[in-house]
Each structure stands twice: as C-alpha cells, then as structure tokens.
Design a protein around this ligand. Structure first.
Ligand code: GLU
Length: 317
C-alpha cells in the first residue's frame, strides 16, 4: 500500500460504517443447525489488519462464531503446503473451476470424478484429508495448529457445532460416498466428515478472520506474529481460487463489485484479502439468497469503493 493509502485506511471511520450497516435489515440467519439458527441477527463486527499487524475494529468484532466455510481457503493452503512441490498433488486431486452451483451441490467433475474446486464442500472434504497426518485426529491436529498460526493464537473447536455438523451432515456424506465411488476420496467417509466438521467448527471472530486474511494478503506471513505460515507460492493459488470461487454462486458479481479474493461461511463470517495491503474480517449472521452475509458484502463494497481496493481498479489517487 502506498503511504497515502495506508493513511486513508488508518483514518477510516469503521464505527460510522458499522452504524450505517445496522439499519440494513435484509437476509435470513442460517438454520442448518440449531447453534447457527440461534445467532443474533443484529450483530455486525468489522476488523482490518494492515501490514504492520495493527488491528482496527468496531464493536462486535470480538463476537465469537464458528468459521464454517470460511475455513476452506486456509485448509486448502495447508494441504497445498503439506504436499510440497507447490502443491502439485493437491492440484491434481481437486479442480480449480467455479461450479455455478450451490456450495453443497452433489456434483463432481464428470470426466475425472474430482471435486470441482476446494471452496465447495466436496473439495473441502477432500483437502481437509490431504493435509499431513495418518489418522483423522492427526489430520485435525495439523489443521488446528496451521489455522491457529494463520490466526496468530490457539483456536478451539465449538463442540456443540461440531456434533451438529457430524449428525446433520447427510449431504456431505453423500458427497463423500460419491467421491469414494469414483475413487477420488482416499479415506473412509466417516473419517473425512469428522475432520471437515471439526474444521468448520473452529471458533473465530471478525478480528481473527482479519488476521487470517492479512496472512494470505502478505504472502503467507502473519503480520501480527511475523510467522511464515505457508509458502508464498501456495498463497498465489489460494487467492486465485478465492477470487473465482470464494463467494458461493455470487462469486462473479462479488468480484466485479468488490474485486477482492474472499470467502464467506454460513455463520455470517467473511474474510477478504487485499494483496500486500490489508486483511478484512466481517461478521453479521443474516445471509443473502446465495449464502453470503448481507452486511458483510455491503461493508466490503463500501471499503473497496472508499479505499480504492478493487484489484483491477484504477491506481490510488
Ligand atoms: N456447515 C457447513 C457444511 O454444510 C459449511 C457450510 C458453509 O459455511 O458453507 O458443510
């Protein structure tokens, strides 16, 4: 970021932005599991992390929620890193094409039987089981340690969310069996679900997502802790797939409007990365019809416009 752009974001009135968002009443809270259905629709937390690791945030930015699908780019990054060779084995196992379908659509690439990309459930079920580890517990421990490094502190699992995800995950099981039938999931379906469900149940906040987004924005180096979490070559792949597939079936419109690699989750979390400039995290539970946080999208649109963050936008004034 140029010095001027950095100053602009330093001075930006995030509290005023949050207040403006609170009058936005659209969207519905996800009700796929009881823990998500109980979320407060009036919450809106916003956080930004810059290259110095300085965090700016609003009220509600420390509200905790389960990461859900916003974990997918980070799991993908760990799987790519663990595979070595710039993640070649993972790139062969999981496609990188947007689907134009819902995140949990029961579809695989017809020719290969591979998941279409790592941002839909089939892909994440697979990548969560391509990280290092010979048992489901070892793989989950790797994910927990790796994602904690993205976040800059030790994360924990919400045990109730994890249990509900496992109990109510029939569609994910269907995807698992479909992959098994095509020979593309190398572990038993229950093992795959158990790792994936725990990964989706990690507890984060808007502030934590902003640090995680900043770690991707700065080439895999966490700007708060200074730790290089994954190699930069892996991050280029992750950000590219986030840019094309990260916002469910609204990814094209999001990219045109906001112009940033991002990922959302059904709890209402949204993480975005402004390459070499900022990490953004937003949490607000009501979702639009494709599954993105209504206020999360609006916040990012506003920040992108006001700070000139669109990756294909004009140079900063
Ligand atoms: N709980 C999730 C699942 O059904 C993650 C959903 C999401 O956030 O998109 O796999």
């Amino acid at each position: 970021m140029t010095r001027d752009a950095q100053h602009t974001s330093d001075r930006y009135d995030l509290d005023a932005l949050r207040s403006a968002m609170l009058s936005e009443r659209g969207g519905e809270v996800d009700d796929s599991i009881p823990e998500l259905a109980a979320a407060d629709p009036d919450v809106c937390g916003i956080a930004i992390v810059d290259r110095d690791g300085d965090v700016r945030d609003t009220e509600d930015a420390d509200r905790e929620f389960s990461i859900q699908s916003a974990v997918k780019p980070f799991v993908y990054a760990l799987a790519l890193a663990d595979a070595g060779d710039d993640g070649q084995a993972v790139l062969e196992a999981v496609g990188t094409e947007p689907t134009g379908e819902a995140f949990d659509a029961v579809i695989l690439e017809s020719e290969t039987g591979r998941p279409p990309n790592p941002m839909v459930n089939a892909g994440a079920l697979l990548t969560a089981n391509l990280v290092s580890g010979s048992t489901p517990d070892e793989r989950f421990e790797r994910i927990l340690a790796g994602i904690s490094a993205f976040a800059g502190h030790e994360l924990r699992v919400d045990a109730d969310v994890s249990e509900s995800e496992q109990l109510l995950g029939d569609r994910n099981r269907a995807l698992g069996y479909l992959m098994r039938s095509r020979g593309t999931l190398g572990v038993p379906v229950d093992d795959a679900i158990s790792v994936y469900a725990r990964a989706c149940s990690l507890v984060v906040s808007a502030e934590v997502l902003a640090v995680m987004g900043a770690t991707l924005a700065f080439g895999g180096r966490n700007p708060v802790t200074g730790e290089q979490v994954v190699p930069g070559s892996v991050v280029t792949t992750v950000l590219s797939v986030m840019a094309t597939c990260g916002m469910y079936d609204g990814s094209g419109g999001w990219m045109r409007r906001v112009g940033l690699p991002a990922k959302s989750g059904v709890a209402g979390g949204l993480v975005a990365s402004v390459p070499w400039q900022l990490g953004l995290g937003v949490y607000s539970p009501p979702l639009d019809e494709v599954g993105n946080s209504v206020r999360g999208v609006l916040v990012c649109e506003r920040l992108s416009d006001d700070l000139g963050l669109h990756v294909f936008g004009p140079p900063p004034a």
